[in-house]
Design a protein around this ligand. Structure first.
Ligand code: BES
Ligand code: MN
Ligand code: ZN
Length: 496
């Protein structure tokens, strides 16, 4: 998608669509009065006849009045100005974008002039708008002949004549990198497990890293055995596809004294459940079980493309959880890289087995702060619903920083408690711990399991089982992979 900023009045832009973002009640003063005038009083009429009032999520499509350059108008309501948030803006922008990309379109002009908000600078608005339009251009119909989404050729941002154009251009470029990165994660999740398996995911990582100035190392089966990653390897044993661990290193802050942010992703490229086999309904979307890995890869690529002055190590554990003749069995005792022994009581609790060894490997590579992302438990979806990320941590100050980053980019995240007594639920009679904690508090007992492998480093576990994959389309987003937390991780790196 080509991008440009223009100081022209909206009526003079030759585009397929002119999109106007309007707050509720939109007082026709200043810039907006001029726009209304150039549209022959159209905004005034729509408002007084109650055809469009600017309520949150309200959309109105109108053929452009004669005598102006754009072909059609799309008015998008923002709701009350006082209640404007990054979340509501994202929703409105994404809804507008998806409305337009439902059929082929060349050029879209987007006016941001009517949005005056105390807590959102024009540059921030431009960045959000570009990201939203990038997301709206891409669907999950990778294999459909007849596409549901049609990428735009060009987005023209209509900005105030007195705006700082260098700053706005930079914001547009940032917005584009973020949108493309979220789309990258979405695409990886949407590809079937026959296309994305440990080896092919690793190949994608290598290719992306080499174009982005990221050092990339791939550990194959032999290297994982040499690292004694018995917990991860046990999960991989049931599959004909050998496992991989990918280590991505980005050094944006060279020299001593800089802390290293470690990002760890669960990359189960397909989760059949193993011998504790999932029923069809539960297995249907399990190509999404590598969403944590996809978001980590996409975030590191974005951080590098944005040249953020931070040091990041991204690590993803890639396995397929299958039922082959050598699959792990109930009652097996695994020896993790850290030496902690694990009794397997359910082969479908495989994500924690993978993460245990990768978190431990991350510690040995010298990370100072850890965040892991995983589609880890159905219990987290029961607790928080499909659209909210669960956060669990061993360090409140670090958790607060991660939550603040999520809030800043509008990704809904909620913390769950980590009281000591939850750890009692994963005690085993035959090994140090077992891999399930019984019926209740499943999201937290999974986190308590992971906590055994992070030493004393500040760590936040993000359970993305709900938000990583959307069952159906909504007006503001496509069904399928969502690229959840890519923007949060980039924001976190930006604030380091
Ligand atoms: N990948 C699943 C979790 C999941 C569920 C992700 C729904 C996305 C949507 C995970 O490996 C799993 O199977 N967890 C089990 C754990 C249980 C056996 C303790 C679960 O949640 O049922
Ligand atoms: Mn599972
Ligand atoms: Zn899983």
């Amino acid at each position: 998608m080509k991008l440009s900023c223009s100081p022209l009045p909206p009526s003079e832009i030759a585009a397929d669509w002119l999109v106007l973002l309007l707050p509720e009640g939109f007082p026709l003063e200043g810039e907006l009065a001029q726009i209304n005038q150039s549209l022959g009083g159209l905004l005034d009429r729509l408002r007084s006849q109650q055809d469009f009032q600017g309520k949150l999520g309200e959309l109105c499509q109108v053929p452009a009045p004669a005598g102006i350059a754009p072909q059609r108008l799309l008015l998008a309501g923002l709701g009350p100005v006082e209640a404007l948030s990054v979340r509501s803006l994202n929703r409105t922008l994404q809804t507008a974008a998806r409305t337009i990309t439902g059929k082929p379109t060349r050029q879209v002009a987007l006016s941001l002039r009517a949005v005056q908000s105390a807590n959102l600078a024009p540059a921030a608005l431009v960045q959000l708008a570009v990201t939203a339009f990038e997301l709206g251009c891409e669907g999950q119909d990778l294999f459909r002949a007849e596409k549901k989404r049609h990428p735009l050729e060009e987005l023209v941002l209509l900005v105030p004549a007195d705006a700082n154009s260098a700053e706005l251009n930079a914001a547009a470029a940032t917005g584009q990198i973020l949108g493309e990165s979220v789309n990258l994660a979405r695409r990886l999740v949407n590809l079937p497990a026959e296309d994305i398996y440990p080896e092919s995911f690793a190949n994608q990582a290598v290719a992306l890293a080499s174009g982005a100035g990221i050092h990339c190392e791939v550990l194959d089966q032999q290297a994982l055995e040499a690292e004694k990653m018995g917990s991860l390897l046990a999960v991989a044993r049931g599959s004909g596809r050998p496992p991989r661990v990918v280590i991505l290193e980005y050094r944006g802050a060279p020299g001593a004294g800089h802390k290293v942010l470690g990002l760890v992703g669960k990359g189960v490229t397909f989760d059949s459940g193993g011998l504790s086999l999932k029923p069809t309904d539960g297995m249907l979307t399990m190509k999404c079980d590598m969403a944590g890995a996809a978001s980590v890869l996409a975030a590191v690529v974005a951080i590098s493309r944005l040249k953020l002055p931070v040091n990041v190590i991204g690590m993803v554990g890639l396995v397929e959880n299958m039922t082959g003749g050598r699959a792990m069995k109930l009652g097996d005792v695994l020896r993790s890289r850290r030496g902690v022994t694990i009794e397997v009581q359910n082969t479908d609790a495989e994500g924690r087995l993978v993460l245990a060894d990768v978190l431990d490997l991350a510690l040995s590579r010298g990370v100072d702060y850890l965040v892991d992302l995983a589609t880890l438990t159905g219990a987290c979806v029961v607790a928080l619903g499909e659209d909210v990320v669960g956060a669990m941590s061993n360090n409140q100050a670090w958790c607060d920083r991660v939550l603040a980053a999520a809030q800043a980019v509008g990704e809904d995240t909620w913390q769950l408690p980590m009281f000591d007594h939850y750890a009692d639920l994963i005690k085993s009679d035959v090994a140090d711990i077992r891999n399930v904690g019984g019926r209740w508090g499943g999201a937290i007992t999974a986190a308590k399991f992971l906590e055994r492998f992070v030493g004393d480093k500040p760590w936040v576990h993000l359970d993305i089982a709900g938000p990583a994959f959307a069952a159906a389309d909504k007006p503001h987003r496509e069904g399928g992979g969502t690229g959840v937390m890519v923007r949060t991780l980039v924001e976190l790196a930006r604030t380091m």
